[in-house]
Design a protein around this ligand. Structure first.
Ligand SMILES: [Zn+2]
Length: 117
């Protein structure tokens, strides 16, 4: 009974775009990808993720950025933007290594999910 209730709730009300657990790895890889290419900052990354159809709040993104920084994948520096200081993030060599390793996993998954191989 409880299971059925949960299932119907999932089918009818659940918004997959906010399924944080399911997408958190994808979002982290996405962030890492952009941080490996150029310095990123929170608001810009929020806009980028929104453009890709993810609904993510600052309250989710900022801890995620800090988490990647703690792992040594991102390095944060402060940059002046007008009168305020803005925190910008870049991928570290370790972050780039982690991204490269993840890419081969993504390629593998893509083959199976999308190409059916
Ligand atoms: Zn992107």
């Amino acid at each position: 009974m409880a299971v059925r209730n949960r299932m119907s709730k999932t089918n009818i009300e659940h918004d997959y775009a906010v399924d944080r657990e399911l997408y958190s790895g994808l979002i982290r890889l996405h962030v890492l990808h952009h941080a490996a290419e150029e310095p990123i900052f929170g608001l810009g990354m929020l806009e980028e993720l929104t453009r890709h159809g993810y609904r993510i709040s600052p309250g989710t993104l900022y801890p995620l950025l800090h988490g990647l920084e703690k792992k040594g994948y991102l390095r944060a520096t402060e940059r002046r933007s007008g009168k305020s200081l803005r925190k910008v993030y870049r991928a570290t060599p370790l972050g780039k290594q982690a991204l490269a390793a993840a890419k081969s996993k993504v390629r593998e998954l893509f083959r199976e999910l999308i190409e059916g191989k």
